[in-house]
Design a protein around this ligand. Structure first.
Ligand code: F6R
Length: 245
């Protein structure tokens, strides 16, 4: 894993956006893997700004999102489809038909998992997968203990993840209990992975990621065996590393 140290959140986002823009300029029909949450918001802001100022085009780009809450329709303000439309897709010239977010509101969730996986195979592989990391080491919604062999699947969210995400809902009861997520194996099939980490609250998991052995108890440690991973982390996130970088 290559580590790039950023001064702060803003610099992390800027570096990530520059990498994504470079890819789209070199490969206009790139396939991007996208994440939601607080971490990539600033990066999406820079992509929108670049589109406005420089006109980088996403007309031929395809995107795949990592995950979606089960039970939330795409028009629900806390759904990840809504998040993506609002925070990125509406601000660039991407064709919405080329943006894939797993659906959390179909009758047959098993079938949706298989469909998503087959879409990933026919339209993919993903050229660059953007990832955030949970404080417990989850990537996508692959919680600790998830097999590294998993494809897209439905998961029961842990209490710590529901607790961490309750800030977006009126109460903890409203946070969905299940989600559909690309599996660890699906994520690992991406040609390149870009993990973004910012802030003090992520410092313990960043230390674990770099200093512990690979284990399914810390899902993100799977990235150690991917040949092309870049981690962009800010100073606060790196503050607990034993070997200072
Ligand atoms: C979101 C996702 C999650 C988040 C993680 C970190 O699509 O897959 O794994 O990346 O929970 O969330 P934030 O960025 O809000 O700290």
């Amino acid at each position: 894993m290559e580590l790039i140290k950023a001064k702060d959140y803003r610099e992390m986002c800027k570096l990530a956006a520059e990498k994504m823009i470079k890819l789209v300029m070199e490969k206009p029909n790139a396939v991007l893997g996208l994440a939601t949450g607080s971490t990539p918001l600033g990066t999406y802001g820079f992509l929108k700004q670049d589109y406005e100022q420089n006109g980088t085009s996403y007309q031929q780009v395809t995107t795949f999102n990592l995950d979606e809450y089960v039970g939330l329709d795409g028009s629900h303000p806390q759904s990840y489809r809504y998040f993506m439309n609002k925070n990125l897709f509406s601000g660039i010239d991407i064709q919405l038909d080329n943006t894939y977010v797993p659906s959390g509101q179909v009758e047959n969730m098993e079938e949706e998992c298989l469909n998503y996986e087959s879409l990933l195979r026919t339209k993919g592989p993903i050229d660059l997968q953007l990832l955030g990391i949970g404080r417990n080491g989850h990537i996508g919604f692959n919680e600790p203990g998830t097999s590294f062999q998993t494809n897209t699947h439905v998961v029961e969210l842990t209490e710590s993840t529901r607790e961490a995400n309750k800030r977006f809902f009126d109460s903890i009861e409203e946070v969905p209990t299940h989600a559909i997520t690309m599996g660890i194996s699906s994520i690992m099939e991406s040609n390149e992975i870009l993990l973004l980490v910012s802030g003090e609250s992520k410092a313990p998991i960043v230390r674990d990621l770099f200093e512990k052995e690979q284990t399914e108890e810390i899902p993100a440690t799977v990235l150690k065996s991917h040949p092309n991973v870049t981690v962009i982390a800010d100073e606060e996130a790196l503050s607990l590393l034993t070997e200072k970088v």
